[in-house]
Design a protein around this ligand. Structure first.
Ligand code: MN
Length: 130
């Protein structure tokens, strides 16, 4: 499905917020709370896009990205890194690991929707109710 997104994020509030923001634009979000279940969800669901928290309890999100990008069946799926501590060099680290884009937290609805839409080749979504 072209609107399916796997969100790998261990903070339930962040994950729920992302699901609501993307859901309002018509995306279907599958949530995973750690790297292992996130990897399983990606293998099972074959989403159109992956949102990857860099700080996960069981594995570094960038290491998981490298594993996904090393799998010929998954490497076409765009990965957007989410990082809590926006520091100099974060963007370069994320891109070097194979991420297609990068969003510093807190993620705003307009940034999230425009980034996802551009990676999926969708028309820029209209944000309802704001
Ligand atoms: Mn985290």
């Amino acid at each position: 499905m072209a609107n399916k997104v796997v969100c790998i994020e261990d903070n339930p509030q962040n994950s729920r917020l992302i699901r609501k923001m993307l859901g309002s634009a018509g995306y279907h979000v599958i949530e995973a709370g750690d790297g292992a279940s996130g990897h399983e969800a990606v293998l099972r669901e074959r989403p159109a896009l992956i949102l990857m928290d860099v700080n996960l309890p069981d594995i570094d999100g960038l290491e998981l990205t490298q594993r996904i990008k090393a799998n010929p069946e998954l490497q076409h799926i765009p990965v957007v890194a989410l990082t809590a501590n926006a520091m100099y060099g974060d963007r370069e680290r994320c891109l070097a690991a194979g991420c297609n884009d990068y969003l510093p937290k807190p993620v705003t609805k307009s940034m999230l929707l425009s980034t996802v839409a551009s990676l999926l080749g969708d028309a820029a979504p209209t944000v309802a109710g704001s």
